[in-house]
Design a protein around this ligand. Structure first.
Ligand SMILES: Nc1nc2c(c(=O)[nH]1)N=C([C@H](O)[C@@H](O)CO)CN2
Length: 119
């Protein structure tokens, strides 16, 4: 199994359970690992056979910038679903971080895996 990854994709969005969090955008950060078979893209040197990380990031930014979720859990599930269903990714691992959300911690968030890992 090969992996195409995106690290520290930062997006400003409305996220949080407190009143003040409904008023201001906060930055979240995504680390994505997406299962892919890169061999055809490698052999052809053609982007049409690649999992295009630019296209993935554009789609996720567009989605997240228009959300106003309360929980990071909600965003994480949406991101995993978009990646799997719209980009035909069989397995994804996502770390979604909310920097500065907890005093004393650099960031908080969650890590999820969805789908089946190809052999
Ligand atoms: N498991 C979670 N716990 C908490 C969340 C969350 O989204 N998932 N959110 C908050 C607040 O919005 C917090 O980030 C504000 O500092 C608290 N706990």
């Amino acid at each position: 199994m090969d992996i195409v990854y995106i690290r520290d994709l930062q997006v400003d969005t409305i996220i949080g359970i407190y009143d003040w969090e409904r008023q201001v955008r906060q930055t979240i950060s995504l680390d994505l690992e997406m299962a892919a078979d890169i061999r055809r893209a490698a052999q052809t040197d053609d982007i049409q056979y690649a999992l295009n990380y630019k296209a993935v990031s554009k789609r996720l930014i567009a989605h997240l910038e228009n959300r106003d979720a309360q929980l990071v859990e909600a965003l994480a599930e949406e991101v995993a679903t978009i990646v799997r269903e719209e980009f035909n990714v069989p397995w994804v691992r996502l770390r979604l971080s909310k920097p500065g959300a907890l005093r004393g911690a650099r960031d908080v968030g969650l890590i999820i895996e969805r789908g089946e890992k190809p052999a």
